[in-house]
Design a protein around this ligand. Structure first.
Ligand code: 9MR
Length: 565
């Protein structure tokens, strides 16, 4: 083994202290471990010095499919890597491939084909079934080894901060992440993103059989059945006056136990002051239920109407209570915060979705008045995220097709969306790993920031139909699935080298060595103050800052994968 090969392998070993999986390939060759669609741009990166050519081998053939020179080295500051690009875009024959670089050995295997995203898509949406609270869960037929007994069943208790006493039925919904909490604000962006994914790809998704518990028992498409499981929970979190409580969790995070082992009482938690319900949670419900009114209408009129009524009453509540904020946990509660000191962006989103669903100008008037509180609209530096849903509001307005729309303002938003998408695309094309993050975006859940940039590009593509945007969304996926400094797919069970130790209670507690499938881990997070930022990820189940999973991270992944189908 040459010195160079040894150097290439050693850091990888140090980076993954918990992993038992050793790479059967050289991690100095970074490639998307799903692969590439036949007609898209295809690149891999090499981070070890080489003057050899790259040879593309197609499985089943003993003749090289392509021999090409490796490109010149250039420094990538965020990862600290010296990157050489292998551009094999001209290879279009479907099949399974590896890349060999003389003196380095082979890359992870990957495929070229137009159907390659179908399985990862299925896994990433079925991962939501694997987050269902208050019900028995099994991931059979695909993954029968993953199952649990219902936990967090029965009535929940009102916490003092909710302004009520006694019990409430808040069974159902998705567990937020690797913990057993259920949080309205994070549910909001998650559910909205998934409903958008359906709306924008309904021709592909409406008939797709996903083998969810409702398959064959409901006239609703499977994708929407999965989403309905959480939407029903969100509706239960709404009080009769329209307002919503912030979350339903136990007092503290549980240990690493299975759902049915967590016997601490679930509590309905509010702000502990004022109206007790909060404007962010309530406006998020208004936005999401308004989208649902559109998405479910062709399949279940009554449910669509129920959602629209919930959206209207939530919106009215927020109009009456625009500034009821949940900023920190009340006494006695230490689960996830999702605190937010500004509810204007959530209101903006609610107004935009209600306008899009009803065509009523009063909602449009509210939207425009609120939108003008900010000097800008969409930018290439502001992807959506749970504390900031203004981009969702603006994008939905850009996508609205109604005759009474304010064309002038819509044109401005569409124009800004194009400028933003151009900026994101330019950044991707300049980045060593063809990904969109700026140096200061390696924060908690950075992988979801990549996925949310992909979502913005997908929305822009739906309006502008620019091949460059489509390619840029694909590049975001390629980063998440292995074309990164770790040569590592960040989605469990996808790729030959994927996270083995996510911070996910039931993955740790279930006695199965491998984690639950289809889950995107948070990714590099430089809030440890270490450098380089892109390298601050560790496959360690104790490290929730970098290796937790979360529904709001999987949702934009599902969105991007749906677009890639
Ligand atoms: O995703 C959230 C991230 O933006 C915050 O910085 C972090 C700390 O407040 O919390 C993250 O959300 C976690 C939530 O609070 C509890 N469930 C797990 C979530 C993902 O780590």
């Amino acid at each position: 083994m040459s010195c160079l090969i040894a150097l290439a392998l050693v850091p990888a070993m140090q980076d993954f202290p918990n992993a038992t999986q050793t790479a059967p390939f050289n991690t100095a060759i970074k490639v998307c471990q799903i692969g590439f669609k036949t007609s898209e741009s295809k690149m891999a990166m090499v981070t070890t010095q080489t003057d050899g050519d790259a040879i593309l081998w197609r499985k089943g053939s003993d003749r090289p499919a392509l021999v090409i020179p490796v490109g010149p080295a250039s420094a990538d500051a965020d990862s600290g890597d010296e990157i050489r690009v292998i551009d094999f875009s001209k290879l279009r024959t479907p099949g399974e491939y590896t890349i060999e670089v003389k003196g380095l050995g082979k890359s992870a295997p990957f495929r070229i084909g137009d159907d390659i995203f179908a399985k990862p898509f299925r896994m990433s949406i079925r991962a939501f079934t694997g987050q269902r609270a208050s019900t028995d869960v099994s991931l059979a037929p695909d993954f029968p080894q993953y199952h649990y007994k219902a936990g967090h069943i029965g009535m929940a208790e009102y916490h003092a901060s909710s302004g009520k006493a006694g019990q409430r039925d808040v069974a159902g919904g998705w567990y937020d992440a690797g913990d057993y909490g259920r949080y309205m604000v994070n549910s909001g962006i998650t559910t909205g993103t998934l409903l958008w994914a359906f709306e924008m790809n309904s021709s592909k998704l409406a008939k797709l059989k996903l083998d969810v518990p409702e398959t064959g028992k409901s006239r609703i498409p499977d994708f929407l059945s999965e989403v309905k499981y959480n939407l029903d929970w969100m509706l239960k979190m709404q009080d009769t006056d329209g307002g919503c409580w912030h979350k339903a969790t136990t007092a503290n995070f549980s240990g690493f136990i299975m759902p049915d082992q967590d016997k601490s009482p679930v509590q309905v938690v509010g702000t502990g002051k004022g109206a007790f319900k909060n404007s962010t949670a309530t406006a998020d419900l208004a936005a999401v239920a308004a989208i649902a009114a559109r998405a479910y209408r062709p399949y279940h009129r009554d449910y669509a109407n129920k959602c629209l009524n919930a959206a209207r009453s939530a919106y009215q509540w927020v109009r009456d209570h625009p500034n009821e904020l949940f900023q920190r946990n009340p006494q006695g509660i230490s689960t996830g915060g999702y605190g937010d000191g500004d509810a204007r962006d959530e209101r903006l989103w609610a107004a935009a979705e209600l306008y899009r669903s009803t065509g009523e100008v009063s909602f449009q008037d509210d939207f425009i008045a609120l939108a003008k509180l900010w000097p800008d609209t969409l930018t290439d530096s502001a992807p959506p995220g749970w504390p900031q849903v203004r981009p969702m509001a603006l994008m939905t307005f850009a996508m609205t097709k109604l005759s009474n729309i304010d064309k002038g303002y819509q044109n401005r938003v569409i124009h800004d969306l194009g400028v933003a998408a151009d900026g994101i695309t330019a950044r991707i094309n300049k980045n060593g790993y063809c990904m969109p993050l700026k140096t200061n975006e390696y924060y908690w859940g950075s992988n979801s920031v990549v996925a949310n940039y992909a979502l913005m590009l997908g929305v822009a593509d739906s309006i502008f139909h620019k091949p460059a945007y489509r390619q840029a969304t694909m590049d975001c996926l390629h980063y998440l699935f292995g074309r990164n400094t770790f040569a590592q797919s960040f989605v469990t069970h996808v790729g030959v080298y994927s996270p083995l130790n996510p911070h996910h209670r039931w993955s740790v507690a279930d006695g199965v060595r491998e984690p639950w499938p289809g889950l995107l881990v948070g990714g590099p997070n430089a809030d440890n103050g270490q450098k380089p930022p892109a390298k601050q990820w560790f496959d360690d189940w104790k490290n929730y800052r970098v290796n937790e999973v979360a529904i709001n991270w999987n949702a934009p992944l599902v969105f991007a994968l749906a677009g890639a189908l």
